[in-house]
Structures are given as C-alpha cells and as structure tokens.
Design a protein around this ligand. Structure first.
Ligand code: SF4
Length: 375
C-alpha cells in the first residue's frame, strides 16, 4: 500500500474520514484553518528560500501575506479580521526570533518516501536544516492554538515518521546512529519543542505503521467520534451527522418534537449537574460536622443521615493466581473484572476464601453517606 503520514493519522483518528478523503477522494472546500496554515507555511518557505541573495525584510514578508490573504474564505468579518491579525502577529514574531540567525537550510517542503515491508510511506517535511555540529534538524511548523506537553512531543508519531523519511534519504544517519533533532515549531507561541528518537522507538514506529495498514485492510471504515468532528469537512457524508442534515433540509413535525425533547434532556442534565455539585458540597459539610462532633449520624426534621465506613482493597494477583489455578478457577477470571471475581470467590470453600482474603491490601478508606426518611 502507498500511504502518506497524513493518511495514517487520519485513519487512526477516524476510519470513515479516511475513506471519504483517501479512497472516495471526495473534494471539499478548503477549510479556514487549512487556508491559514498553508499561507503561513508559504510565507516561511519564502523567508528561508536559500536561492535568495539578500535576507528577506519584515515588510516584504508581511506584504506577501497581505497580498495572498483571501478574506472570502471567512464568512464572519470579525473572525476574518481576527485571523488576519493573528497571521501578522505570527510572522512578526517569527521574523523577530529568526532574522539574525544563520540557517543552513538543506531542504524546504521536501517530499519523502519510506519503504516498509511492501508498503511505501510518504510525506512532506517543512524544513530540514544542517546544524553546526554536522547533525540534522527536521522542523515542522504548527499553527495550532494549543501547545502540547513535552511528553507528547517525545511520543509524537509524526516526528517518528519524519525521522524515517530522513533516514531513508541518508541511510548513514540510522547506520551510524547519528542523532536527528526533531522539532515542532509552535508559531503562535514562538516556541520550538524538540525530541530525539532511539533505535527502539524507530522499531516501534515501523510496527505501528504496519499495524495501522493492517487495520485499514480489514476496516469497515466506521465513523469514530472525536474532538475534531466539529471541524470535519465530511460531515455531510458522515453517518454520525445524518440527522443534522435531515433536520436542516426537510424537517418534519416529528423532527420538531425531537428538538423539544433534546432541549428538555439538556435542561435536565444541567439541573442534575448543578444539584450533584451541591450534594457533594453538602456531604463535605456533613462529614466535617460529624468529624467535629465525633458522630456518624445526624438527625433532622425529615429523617436522619448516616455515614458508614467503606474500604477498597486491591488483591495480589500473583498470589490469587497461585490459589485459583490448581482448582481451574483462574481462567474464569483472567482479567480481574469485579463481577466475575466476586462470582468465583463466592463459589469457593471457606478455606480458599480466607486464603484469597489474605492476599488483599487496603487501597483506600472512605465514608459513604446514606439517608433515611422519617416514617
Ligand atoms: S464528522 Fe467525525 S466521525 Fe464523521 S467522518 Fe468526520 S471525523 Fe469522522
């Protein structure tokens, strides 16, 4: 299979979207975010263009951005103005941070291809620099609003695939185990986060790629609800969004009735959430009062409220296995599912129950509050 990094990522996020985009090849209008990201990338490509004889001036950079800006991509003029200023801010910050730096840019927006088993993995790297110590740096620009934690960068799949792309172009890098700095440049924050990959991580990346491709081969391309659904360009094709479009295009009285039901459902959930918060607060105050008075039951005109101690235990699974395996009960549990576990334990003799009991240790202790209404 020939598949791009974006294809792998899209399938992992939502198989249905992968099908619409890469198999059915449904064309959709360019999203606002895509337009914005592409234009900023173009500006930075110009800024770093190695064929330039003189460094680019800030005015030149901003002029290019302004000339290429297409306000019609945005429906809301306030949103358009905000996005435009964000773009100017990003470029000004980038210019300020980078104008006096010397870069040895090896490639810009370079395509790569990596063979893994029978497959070809492709992608595009925004920038590759050669650093002063002779090592390479891969840089990918991000225009996203959020900047992730370092831990996410350390495990970032995109960077691992880009490493493979670089190592395929210059195999000595992998053979000689030369470090490659893998950076994500968060342009809105002016921060470049980076990580390195070791042999073990590279092996895992290759396994992950093969695993995703195997999943694609077997997939029924079901929709997978995710945090990016709200911005998905394929909503009108997606089974999960079918009702949204039926409702807008040809509403029936039943659809109107459903709107009222949905409204009521949300209202009840909101009330429940407010009341749950208040209940938690009341429990906290009751507990404090009981602690202060050294009691576990409080009386009111409506009835009384009792708090009872409860314990949570965890079992030593190695020991539990040693007890249950000889009597062929371990297979009935396998994973410690609470219900199965209780069922098996209840079926044991007193002695065995006692042995299992001895493997447990107290995990937490807390008080449960219950109420009794006056008869
Ligand atoms: S709307 Fe969500 S679930 Fe539907 S195709 Fe797009 S990403 Fe997948």
């Amino acid at each position: 299979m020939r598949i791009s990094y974006s294809g792998l990522e899209t399938f992992s996020t939502c198989p249905a979207k992968y099908k619409f985009q890469y198999i059915d090849r449904i064309k959709t209008p360019k999203s606002k975010d895509a337009f914005f990201g592409i234009l900023i990338h173009e500006c930075l490509k110009l800024f770093h263009d190695p064929s330039r004889t003189t460094p680019m001036l800030e005015d030149e950079l901003l002029k290019y951005f302004t000339q290429q800006w297409d306000k019609d991509v945005y429906q809301d003029s306030q949103e358009e103005a905000f996005a435009f200023h964000q773009g100017i801010d990003i470029l000004k910050r980038y210019y300020l941070q980078n104008q006096n730096q010397r870069f040895n840019v090896v490639n810009l927006e370079t395509l790569f291809q990596v063979p893994i088993l029978d497959h070809q993995i492709t992608g595009r790297i925004d920038r590759i620099d050669k650093l002063e110590d002779g090592t390479f740096e891969v840089i990918d620009y991000k225009t996203s609003k959020k900047m992730p934690a370092q831990e996410i960068i350390d495990n970032n799949f995109q960077l691992s695939v880009y490493y493979l792309g670089l190592a395929n172009r210059w195999p000595l890098l992998e053979k000689e185990n030369r470090p490659v700095k893998l950076s994500l440049y968060y342009l809105r924050h002016g921060e470049k986060l980076f990580a390195f990959r070791d042999t073990q991580e590279i092996k895992k990346t290759k396994e992950k790629i093969v695993d995703i491709i195997n999943q694609i081969d077997k997939s029924k391309f079901e929709p997978k609800s995710n945090s990016l659904c709200d911005w998905c360009q394929y909503q009108s094709y997606c089974p999960l969004y079918k009702h949204k479009f039926i409702k807008e295009e040809s509403p029936t009285p039943n659809d109107q009735r459903m709107q009222d039901i949905i409204k009521e459902y949300f209202a009840i959930k909101d009330r429940q959430s407010t009341e749950n918060k208040r209940l938690t607060e009341l429990k906290r105050v009751i507990n404090l009062y009981c602690d202060l008075k050294g009691i576990d039951r409080v009386f009111g005109d409506e009835g009384y409220i009792t708090r009872l101690p409860q314990q949570r235990y965890s079992y030593n699974l190695i020991k539990v296995k040693e007890i249950l395996e000889p009597i062929n009960k371990w297979n009935e549990i396998l994973t410690i599912d609470k219900t199965k576990f209780k069922k098996v334990i209840d079926s044991l003799s007193y002695d065995l129950k006692k042995q299992i009991d001895q493997t447990k240790t107290l995990k937490s202790e807390f008080k449960v509050i219950s109420m009794s209404r006056k008869k």
